[in-house]
Design a protein around this ligand. Structure first.
Ligand SMILES: NC(=O)C1=CN([C@@H]2O[C@H](COP(=O)(O)OP(=O)(O)OC[C@H]3O[C@@H](n4cnc5c(N)ncnc54)[C@H](OP(=O)(O)O)[C@@H]3O)[C@@H](O)[C@H]2O)C=CC1
Ligand SMILES: CCCCCCCCCCCCCCCC(=O)[C@@H](N)CO
Length: 347
């Protein structure tokens, strides 16, 4: 015999479950970033996650322009991307060699891509090109931080400036479907760890730029959606290179981060884009670090994000002493950092 109060609790629990299922997107399968027949420009697509993303977008029907410096790698990558096309008869593919760390590289690059695209505007621009050379911030020359800023921050900022001016100029058409600009940051933007000092500030700067742009773009009649992808460790050619200079303590601290394949990261990022997410994390540690550091950034989901942000503030009570404990133990055993900085670092 159920008392009225039990029935009431069951009803409330049911309503909460429904509400959370609804807010978690269980009833909405809308694709917020359809790419079939659209044209995507993607930088850093000759290797690693950019190449995987380009191939997966081709398989979903996109025309793709890939950008990086090395032409033979671009050609090889383009062949692979072409082979994955969904509609080989109608889809088109192209590469452009450019160095994204150079000032003002983006305007002429975009002009070339538009000309190739039968003078049609680009639909999606994804900045993936990036590079990390881990080292101790104090021991490494300061020029290393400048170089990392040039590629990781300026490489995307130049592109954002040029493409948004293109999409949002007064004569540009106001279309029902949004354009998409995607940045590729790193979970280190949420929680930087020692050894990535020359790199993390550039990736964190991308977050601040994106948080500004989502506000600024509200003021234009044209619709542009900003997204930021935050990968953890990716088993890419770049990862193999960075491991050569990565300090031991950095390896110890990032041990708990499972390395993902470029394909898995690209698939998960595209899944987040299709769900319409703003900040996209591609693995569990990434979700955790996003919740642990969300601040005033727009939410993907008010219900889930609010509860998880709240829980994660408690998790730091255990995580921070653990991380600092590892650093202090390492320092005690190894002495002054000058002694254990890896050889082979540029000096
Ligand atoms: N690997 C990892 O663990 C993580 C990586 N990231 C970020 O994800 C992105 C992809 O990383 P990953 O898959 O490792 O990439 P890779 O290092 O394997 O590949 C980098 C790509 O960018 C291109 N590139 C590098 N420098 C320039 C430049 N100056 N101008 C134009 N293109 C350039 C490269 O081609 P070329 O050399 O021919 O120019 C290549 O196509 C990067 O932004 C990276 O910072 C984030 C978190 C973790
Ligand atoms: C409550 C919170 C728990 C905290 C746990 C902390 C674990 C830290 C893991 C750091 C992972 C770093 C991946 C670097 C990826 C990257 O960007 C480079 N490989 C550059 O290419």
């Amino acid at each position: 015999m159920a008392s009225p109060s039990i029935a009431l609790w069951v009803a409330i629990a049911g309503a909460v479950a429904l509400l959370s299922a609804y807010t978690m997107g269980a009833f909405s399968s809308k694709n917020h970033m359809p790419v079939d027949g659209k044209t995507v420009l993607i930088t850093g697509a000759s290797e690693g996650m950019g190449r995987s993303a380009a191939r997966q977008l081709a398989a979903k029907g996109a025309n793709v322009v890939i950008v990086s410096r090395n032409v033979s790698r671009l050609e090889e990558s383009l062949a692979e991307i072409k082979a994955a096309a969904r509609n080989p008869q109608t889809q088109r593919f192209h590469y452009i060699s450019a160095d994204v760390s150079k000032p003002d590289y983006a305007r002429s690059l975009i002009a070339e891509a538009i000309a190739w695209n039968n003078n049609q505007a680009l639909d999606i621009v994804w900045c993936v090109a990036g590079k990390s050379t881990p080292d101790f911030w104090v021991e490494a020359p300061l020029s290393l931080t400048r170089d990392q800023m040039d590629i990781n921050f300026w490489g995307s900022a130049e592109m954002a400036h040029a493409i948004i001016r293109e999409w949002c100029a007064p004569p540009a058409p106001v279309l029902p479907e949004p354009k998409h600009l995607i940045f590729t940051s790193s979970v280190l933007a949420f929680y930087p760890i020692v050894g990535y000092g020359p790199y993390s500030p550039a990736k964190a700067a991308l977050r601040a730029l994106a948080d500004t742009l989502v506000q600024e773009l509200e003021m234009y009649p044209q619709k542009v959606k900003i997204h930021v992808v935050y990968p953890g460790s990716i088993q890419s050619p770049g990862f193999d290179r960075e491991n050569k200079t990565k300090p031991k303590i950095t390896q110890i601290l990032e041990e708990g981060d499972p390395v993902q394949s470029p394909d898995a990261v690209a698939a998960s990022a595209i899944n987040g884009l299709e769900k319409g997410q703003y900040f996209i994390t591609v693995a569990f540690l990434g979700h955790v670090l996003r919740w642990s550091a969300l601040g005033g950034s727009p939410r993907n989901n008010w219900f889930v994000d609010t509860i998880m942000c709240w829980i994660l503030q408690f998790a730091w009570m255990f995580a921070l002493p653990d991380m600092f404990g590892k650093i202090r133990k390492f320092a005690k055993e190894n002495g002054h950092p000058v002694n254990y900085r890896k050889k082979g670092n540029n000096e």
